[in-house]
Ligand binder design. Sequence first.
Ligand code: SF4
Length: 211
Amino acid sequence: MNKKTDHHWEIEKLNEIKALDKKPSLLMHSCCAVCNSWPLEYLVPYFNITLYYNNSNIYPESEFDHRLSELKNYVDLFNEKHATSITIIAQPYDYLNYHATYLSKRADDKEGYKRCGMCYALRITETLNYASQNGFDYVTTVMTISRQKNADKINGIAKRLASGYPKIQYFYSNFKKNKGIDFSVNVSKNLGIYRQEYCGCEYSVHNLYDE
Ligand code: SF4
């Protein structure tokens, strides 16, 4: 699907949802507070949103806990400001297994290449599985807001995976658009929210110090 079609799909889908009597449910894969700030702001008028924090790719565990804690604080503030009741479903941390089973097999890949594609796919699959088991209408991921991540690549992977779940629609997104990045930077500055310097796994920590 090309960029123009993705964008048109997004606009048409939001117009279609706006005309419904009831907001559909959306399970939003979430990796941290900063990346989540714009997607929540943008989509809360259209969906009943639940956040899904499944990120065993994050190293070390203290970092996983810190990002989750900041996300909880941000969602509390968001709910107060918007009179919403958004909740977070957090899955247990299991980096040892995630690393041994997946990441270590592509240890030499550059960031953004096959290891990352596999990492996006795993977390999107887990999100789709949870959504399917719990009757959600839509799934999306906030990862497309990251400057370091290719939104087309993430959307392509998610579209292919979602085709195996006929009752769920994947919401195509490029949250970098509509000044999404500026919004998230401002939120981080104004509210003093933690903004991490690396993606998640130990290889992305190494990249930080190698560069
Ligand atoms: S750099 Fe990020 S997306 Fe890539 S494998 Fe590591 S945690 Fe996953």
